[in-house]
Ligand binder design. Sequence first.
Ligand code: HEM
Ligand code: HEM
Length: 541
Amino acid sequence: MKRRKLDMASVPGKAAVGVDDRFGVSTPLRKLLNKVFPDHWSFLLGEIALFSFVVLLLTGVFLTFFYEPAMTEVVYNGSYAPLRGTPMSAAYASSLDISFDVRGGLIMRQMHHWSALLFMAAIVVHMLRVFFTGAFRKPRETNWIIGSLLFWVGFLAGFTGYSLPDDGLSGTGLRIASGIMLSIPVIGSWVTSSIFGGEFPGEIIISRFFIAHVLLIPGLLVALISAHLGLVFKQKHTQWPGPGRTNDNVVGERMFPRYALKQGGFFMVVFGVIALMGGLFQINPIWYFGPYEAWVVSAASQPDWYVMFLDGSTRLMPAWEINIPIGDGYVIPPLFWPTVVLPGVLVGLSTLYPFVEARRLKDYRSHNLLQRPRDVPERTAIGAMAVAFYIVLTLSGGNDVIADKFHISLNAMTWAGRIGLLVIPPLAYYVTYRICLGLQQHDREVLAHGVETGIIRRLPDGRFEEVHQPLAAGGHDGHAELEYAGWVVPKKMNRLGALGPAIRGFFYPIEKPAEAPVSPGHPPVEPLPERKEISSGEPRR
Ligand code: HEM
Ligand code: HEM
């Protein structure tokens, strides 16, 4: 493509030179615009998280103009007739005003809430993508750790935001939070009274949460996301193996113009979807819940989906109190284990996973090529186990609703959750492992005999056989075949056609081959050269 050069004598040209003389931006800008990004749909997940965060910032700023972070008692006198004349906190009254009396307020509140749900969902699915494809391996362990922090800070953002309207539901959430803090041995009561400024609920928790929600946490998120994206930029994105793609190059589109335009368009799509959801689907109708009263907790009180796993773990925990006979006796309440210890263990395990895996496989090389989940059955099975654990806890967070809708006893649901939590994750491990081996076997069959075409041919002796299409010629240095990565097989066959072998593979005895199509982890031989960027477009000069 022929590019028009900027005339340096023209006004824009002179302005550009003037700016560059003062700030020296042209070299870094050129580097940025020429950056090459590999393309794959799964790389959009991180971007959905990023774009929904932008929507959160925009809608959050709007809400801040009208929301009043105060617990002073007022008498409601707004448009929502059923609550008129009811004493309530100024925070709740202002949230009702945003919903009924501020122009565009309700759609902004709903967009803010929907984008929070989407943000957390995108983070979780993005994290799963990074996990199952091995994108967290060296050199990206730091970004994995920053990502784990982002999940928990996002979690806090959601929880503090949910508490701000001070309606019946958010007050119940706060009560649970105070219970969790109180359960911490030795420092529990000190932590609770420091945060709530005395007894629950006190007078200041809403204004404290407000500062945390609109200043502290967004500041932290912006800093962490900047570091996260800075590292993606510096270390360059991983890519799927394929023709011309190696561990030491990056094949893709340059940042400008195509990648940037695509991202711009994608942001519009995310924004549009959130706006549609905010406009069409009701979320958190606080006017039904009424102001928070400590003695009013309605049935089916549920937190947002990303908090439900903790609610579930609390519901499943047996009422085991530990009495420590020190002094007058010291009690560790059961709430401590599912709500403080469990998240602590989860944070530790997930954060350290890249290092544990590297050590187990003695694999200290840098990896820029992604792996297909089936090629690393142990990791994929561990991931499936973790997901199963999370799903059982999340479903248990709504076990009262399930019990009510399906007419099951709540006790039966609690026991199903307890047993399920112990049985389903190992089962998920086993099933996933077998499916991975089945898919590997299928790959080896494809490598040996080519792709099934679905064409049946009758031979002169009367036998029928299926025609197999041989694979495209590739390198045959012994490794190229093993590092077969899916691209040689037509997509249709690869996606749907693999289901059959996966199911068959589950039942047949398959031994893991001595040489699975996984690159075995060798200790480093020599440092990798700088990754070369390859794109169809010419770099800008
Ligand atoms: C606010 C939350 C987050 C945002 C906005 C975000 C954004 C992004 C973006 C835009 C990318 C590049 C595109 C892509 O690969 O999707 C990326 C890559 C990455 N993210 Fe995140 N992320 C977030 C949370 C997480 C979490 C929770 C983890 C893991 C625990 C994580 C780990 C990574 C890693 C290791 C990469 C490099 C991937 C590669 O090069 O293949 N991120 N992130
Ligand atoms: C990752 C970032 C954020 C998340 C996950 C998040 C989440 C939430 C949630 C779930 C709510 C409850 C909404 C409802 O009433 O239905 C909320 C409320 C609120 N958020 Fe955020 N938020 C975030 C960032 C922000 C930012 C950056 C601001 C302002 C600068 C902000 C300002 C507010 C305000 C003022 C409310 C109270 C609105 C009301 O009365 O409903 N939020 N937030």
